[in-house]
Design a protein around this ligand. Structure first.
Ligand SMILES: Nc1ncnc2c1ncn2[C@@H]1O[C@H](COP(=O)(O)OP(=O)(O)OP(=O)(O)O)[C@@H](O)[C@H]1O
Ligand SMILES: [Mg+2]
Length: 411
């Protein structure tokens, strides 16, 4: 059996499917050996709407990554976007069971189980419980109560729930593309791995992933993920506005946006004239960069207005000490930082700068971060080449296994 110690991270995004292959190093970094990207045809706003097209996109990205790294891929760690997830805070309380009042693993397990008592809509299921802090006999802020003495053990936890259909469809697509799933990693955690410093996570920071179909806001504080919120607006909406405004095709609008688009209209000029094809005619007309940006600016403003509203709704009328960090494809648009700073009413906004062994583009943060996250959490892991024995067989209770993966992988 051909066994290599390498990791595969997969991001099934609305715009693209990305597959990154990396060899974990002993210093905690990952050396990227393969990268596969394929346009994502089967997703809208982060949700799978066409199974077959999604399977094709995944297979194409995997094949490209295989060609680049020169080895076949049988399994991968797959990113999980916040749009399918909900985080709910809940508390669980138990009496410490041992006679000597020492808190054992069993007590911690029971306290976590007690947080499960929560009313859920029928289409959602708990996929994991993330403890935030423990409280022993009223003393809060305890990160690990194992071995402490106490009578009453309380846990403040984050319950991760998911829309069942989304997860099953994602897993089905990955499996149909011939790939087994080693585990699932929240995009927020993966992005944070390559975009945020430990200090920022400790102090408090909003990580805003400006994707193609949706924008995800994650709050980190005291080193932990605290909240996630997803807004169904992303770069695709900007392209759509531009296509409608200029009466051109979506495809043409996308390339105009990438080549000439600016988030701030005032930063664009009238000098450069760009030829644009018109829908339904052979006519072409000339537009300026300013005209292009005029259709982009309002949508970007709307995005940041909603981002700010959501952060206020999360309880932050003032930004947290480490402010806001922007990642995702749209964050590469020139001028975005200026708009973000105006709407956040703060200079404390920066762009994520993933610079990991040659990968700079923020579009790869989620897939790359998945590798770093898994490497940090589980330093010993193997991905098997096709023909070898995969880490998880497809047959036995996929749904149950998935929950186990979440348990393994989430903090
Ligand atoms: N330089 C750039 N300027 C402006 N927009 C850009 C630039 N680069 C990428 N984008 C836009 O970013 C979006 C894609 O971002 P990203 O790759 O993060 O999304 P995704 O992960 O596929 O989607 P999602 O996370 O919403 O499922 C597209 O709308 C693309 O046009
Ligand atoms: Mg994304």
């Amino acid at each position: 059996m051909n066994r290599r110690n390498y990791l595969v991270g997969m991001d099934v995004g609305t715009t693209q499917v990305r597959v990154i292959v990396g060899e974990p190093r002993s210093d905690g970094t990952v050396s990227v050996t393969g990268l596969g990207v394929s346009p994502s045809e089967g997703l809208k706003k982060g949700i799978i709407v066409d199974l077959e097209k999604t399977v094709e996109s995944i297979a194409a990205a995997v094949a490209e990554a295989e060609r680049m790294c020169g080895q076949s891929i049988a399994s991968a760690y797959v990113g999980l976007k916040g749009s399918s997830l909900d985080l709910i805070s809940n508390r669980g309380v138990v009496a410490v069971s041992s006679e000597d009042r020492e808190i054992r693993e069993d007590d911690i397990g029971r306290a976590l189980q007690a947080t499960r008592v929560i009313a859920l809509p029928p289409d959602r299921e708990i996929v994991d419980i993330i403890p935030r802090e423990y409280i022993v006999d009223g003393y809060d802020g305890i990160r690990d109560p194992l071995g402490m003495l106490g009578v009453r053990l309380e846990v403040d936890a984050m319950i991760v729930t998911s829309r069942i259909s989304f997860l099953r469809n994602l897993m089905r697509c990955v499996n149909r593309a011939g790939i087994d799933i080693n585990g699932l990693v929240l995009h927020s955690l993966a992005n944070a791995e390559v975009s945020l410093s430990a200090d920022e996570k400790e102090l408090g920071v909003f990580l805003v992933d400006l994707g193609g179909g949706a924008t995800e806001i994650s709050l980190f504080q005291q080193g932990k993920l605290r909240q996630i919120c997803t807004i169904p607006i992303g770069g695709d909406h900007i392209t759509n506005d531009l296509a409608l405004g200029l009466r051109t095709s979506y495809f043409a609008a996308e390339s105009l946006k990438l080549e000439h688009g600016r988030a701030f209209c005032a930063q664009s000029g009238n000098e450069v004239r760009i030829e644009v094809s018109m829908v339904g005619s052979k006519e072409r007309r000339l537009v300026s960069e300013k005209e292009i940006s005029r259709f982009i600016e309002p949508r970007i403003q709307e995005m940041f207005q909603i981002v700010r509203e959501e952060t206020i709704r999360m309880g932050w009328t003032e930004l947290p000490p480490a402010g806001v960090v922007l990642c995702g494809g749209v964050s590469a648009m020139p001028g975005i930082l200026d708009v973000a700073r105006i709407y956040c009413n703060s200079e404390q906004v920066r762009l994520a700068e993933p610079d990991y062994l040659g990968i700079h583009n923020p579009m790869y943060s989620a897939a790359l971060g998945t590798l770093y996250y898994v490497h940090r959490k589980q330093p010993k892991h193997f991905t098997h080449e096709r023909g070898g024995k995969p880490a998880h067989r497809k047959s036995a209770g996929l749904w149950r296994k998935m929950k186990n993966w979440m348990g393994e992988i989430l903090e």
